[in-house]
Design a protein around this ligand. Structure first.
Ligand SMILES: NC(=O)C1=CN([C@@H]2O[C@H](COP(=O)(O)OP(=O)(O)OC[C@H]3O[C@@H](n4cnc5c(N)ncnc54)[C@H](O)[C@@H]3O)[C@@H](O)[C@H]2O)[C@@H](O)CC1
Ligand SMILES: Nc1ncnc2c1ncn2[C@@H]1O[C@H](COP(=O)(O)OP(=O)(O)O)[C@@H](O)[C@H]1O
Ligand SMILES: [Mg+2]
Length: 277
């Protein structure tokens, strides 16, 4: 098990070539924010924008659209309707994140099933939150994509992998990651980042000051933003995971708890630092 180091981050976050434009930094589609979880997708969307994604579109509950627009006007907000043509919409994006605040409703299940059935091999899929629980409940299989990233906390991983939390050893987790053929960010104290048939990486930053609802939604948004603009590999997923908790550590020097939105606000500053590091 290797530790995720600051050196790795600097190889991922590099200065931007002068002639690039928003089209070079990822077209990201986020899906979530239904039921009483409207805030989750707002936090994820903010994190995606603040992590530098070029173009961000968020599909959410119709009743959440104006709140999303007010919270983060850089995002193109789409309200869910029964007539939505999701398969043709999905085609326009490099990275799709589904799950923050998606809920477990029939609409949520249909959205997840449609994403799993429509996604193409050149696209990247990130599955978080309720979408992981729905995957487990419905025994859905993962599609073939350029990269699939699952971001479960230990309870969600238990549902997906059938490995009880107390039995979630590195060996057992890696065995299941190989079977699923997906990257997995197993969120806990000292989060672990797995890739199929690879070497697991472990975070040595982060702490219980991060135990606030929305913290994982924010991480999922950062991972989406990073995969939109940096190489689509385990190092990029690890870099996103590192910066999220590294910022939390810095804030925790003077704060008892750290809010997800505070981490998001610090992203541009920390990315600037690591790009010149
Ligand atoms: N403001 C919002 O709109 C929020 C919406 N959220 C959404 O709520 C939905 C349900 O997610 P939840 O995770 O709350 O519910 P879950 O029911 O999936 O999991 C939470 C339960 O898992 C247990 N657990 C065990 N190990 C854990 C670990 N390492 N980390 C976290 N929990 C662990 C906890 O005791 C907790 O009761 C998701 O779609 C999520 O995105 C949450 O993120 C909270 C904030
Ligand atoms: N004690 C802890 N130590 C380190 N990180 C923590 C701790 N508690 C929570 N976190 C982090 O907070 C996030 C929680 O994710 P998750 O449970 O999905 O949150 P939510 O769904 O509410 O957004 C993860 O990144 C996790 O690593
Ligand atoms: Mg979560």
């Amino acid at each position: 098990m290797d530790i995720i180091s600051e050196n790795l981050i600097k190889t991922v976050i590099t200065p931007r070539p002068l002639t690039t434009h928003k089209g070079n930094y990822g077209r990201i589609l986020l899906i979530g924010g239904f039921d009483n979880y409207h805030g989750a997708i707002i936090m994820a969307s903010k994190a995606t924008v603040f992590s530098g994604a070029g173009l961000v579109t968020t599909l959410t509950d119709q009743a959440n659209v104006s709140n999303l627009n007010i919270a983060i006007p850089e995002v193109m907000a789409l309200g869910y309707t029964k007539t939505l043509a999701l398969p043709s919409l999905i085609k326009n994006y490099d990275v799709i994140l589904i799950g923050p605040g998606l809920g477990l409703s029939k609409i949520a299940t249909n959205l997840l099933r449609t994403v799993l059935n429509s996604i193409q091999v050149n696209q990247t899929l990130i599955i978080d939150g309720s979408a992981l629980t729905l995957m487990a409940q419905n025994c859905y299989s993962l599609p073939k994509t350029a990269l699939t990233v699952l971001t479960p906390h230990t309870m969600e991983w238990q549902r997906i992998s059938n490995i009880l939390i107390k039995n979630q050893t590195v060996n057992e987790n890696q065995r299941m990651v190989n079977i699923l053929n997906a990257h997995v960010v197993l969120k806990k104290y000292h989060t672990e980042v797995y890739q199929p048939h690879g070497t697991p990486l472990r975070l040595n930053v982060g702490g219980p000051y991060q135990a606030t609802g929305g913290m994982g939604d924010t991480l999922a948004g950062i991972i989406a933003g990073f995969l939109g603009q940096f190489p689509k590999n385990q190092q990029t997923v690890a870099a996103a995971t590192f910066i999220h908790s590294k910022i939390a550590d810095e804030l925790a020097k003077t704060q008892y708890v750290v809010l997800p939105t505070q981490i998001t606000a610090k992203l541009p500053e920390f990315m600037h630092y690591y790009s010149n590091f």
